[in-house]
Design a protein around this ligand. Structure first.
Ligand SMILES: [Zn+2]
Length: 345
């Protein structure tokens, strides 16, 4: 089979389209014919060698996979060849205390597909059958590959790690990002008043016209937190959906109401931050970590897609042999929504 592998870390990294042996399933595994695979910031960290874990190369990246089952391990009984599936990229053991209670995102033996083992920028991928999620009727491979990872991350943040009450003010950082574009739609679906940030006219139009945000502030303006406070009558927002980190994280606290919560799932702008604890505890605010998603979050995400409440925002689609260009597009930060690689069978 053909696979695009990262041979050397760098910015850009060195990728090669390689001929590899077809993967064979262990007893509890299946082989999936990849139809589409989304790119995420995690892929850029892998490319640059910036993950806080060692990754042996070559490695086939890609965690946001949709495809069709083409082969089953002998012990797999609840799936059949031809089933259309999304793959949960945070591979989980299914046996630890956290998995047993449905918190697969906390798995003690979790692995990342496309990081700890070969992922979806390939014609075929082999995964344990427990990480498969059936695609609901009407949900295509492209929509699934655009929402399974980033969309379910947003679903986990907004419905598992925190809650939204109708009428709440929610600030979603980065309208054009994978997590941001899904979080705006989910927060609106839950009845929130949504403010988002965007750095270009095209991204502002996307937020207001396609994603349904109520307000958008220009993140190029250093005083954007004051704009958010003004929109809420100086009160501040109840919840911030954050994934940027670095200098941005302390700024979102300037937007936060008393008793409000910041939920964060990423740190693309830096992992170490300085936070003034005085206003944080005086205003009784919360900072909540969010990582990956549970099966329930992916199922909910795909159900929202099937119901037409959550729509993929697709920036661009590349064929497998142009995976390196897809990485360059994500790195450019000029994208509007998801960058995908598609591999027609
Ligand atoms: Zn586990």
């Amino acid at each position: 089979m053909k696979a695009v592998q990262l041979m050397e870390h760098g910015t850009p990294g060195k990728f090669e389209l390689r001929d590899l042996p077809d993967p064979k399933p262990a007893p509890d595994e299946v082989v999936v014919q990849v139809q589409a695979c989304g790119l995420n910031h995690l892929d850029l960290w892998l490319e640059a060698g910036e993950l806080p874990i060692p990754v042996p190369l070559p490695r086939t990246p890609g965690g946001e996979i949709a495809g069709k089952i083409i082969e089953l391990g002998w012990a797999v009984s609840d799936w059949k060849v031809g089933d259309e599936v999304a793959i949960q990229s945070n591979l989980f053991c299914g046996q630890c205390e956290f998995c047993k209670r449905g918190d697969e995102s906390l798995c003690l033996r979790g692995e990342l597909l496309g990081v700890n083992r070969d992922g979806g920028f390939a014609e075929k991928v082999v995964v344990p059958s427990r990480v498969l999620v059936r695609l609901p009727a009407g949900v295509g491979f492209e929509a699934s590959a655009a929402l399974t990872l980033a969309g379910s991350t947003a679903m986990h943040m907004l419905t598992n790690r925190t809650q939204v009450t109708p009428g709440d003010w929610v600030l979603v950082m980065g309208a054009a990002s994978g997590v941001g574009s899904a979080a705006i739609q989910i927060a609106k679906g839950l009845g929130a008043q949504v403010i988002t940030t965007a750095s270009s006219e095209a991204k502002r139009a996307l937020a207001l016209l396609r994603l349904g945000a109520d307000h958008v502030v220009d993140s190029n303006n250093a005083a954007w937190p004051a704009d958010v406070r003004k929109l809420t009558g100086k009160r501040g927002v109840d919840l911030v959906v954050e994934h940027i980190g670095g200098d941005v994280l302390p700024k979102v606290f300037e937007c936060l109401a008393r008793g409000g919560t910041v939920v964060t799932c990423g740190a693309t702008a830096g992992r170490e931050v300085t936070l003034n604890l005085w206003p944080f505890f005086v205003k009784q605010q919360k900072l909540v970590g969010s990582y990956g998603r549970n099966r329930a979050d992916i199922q909910a995400t795909l159900e929202w897609v099937a119901a037409g409440k959550l729509k993929p925002v697709i920036d661009s689609v590349y064929p497998l042999e142009k995976t390196a260009e897809a990485f360059a597009q994500l790195r450019s930060r000029k994208f509007l929504g998801k960058v995908l690689v598609e591999i027609p069978a």
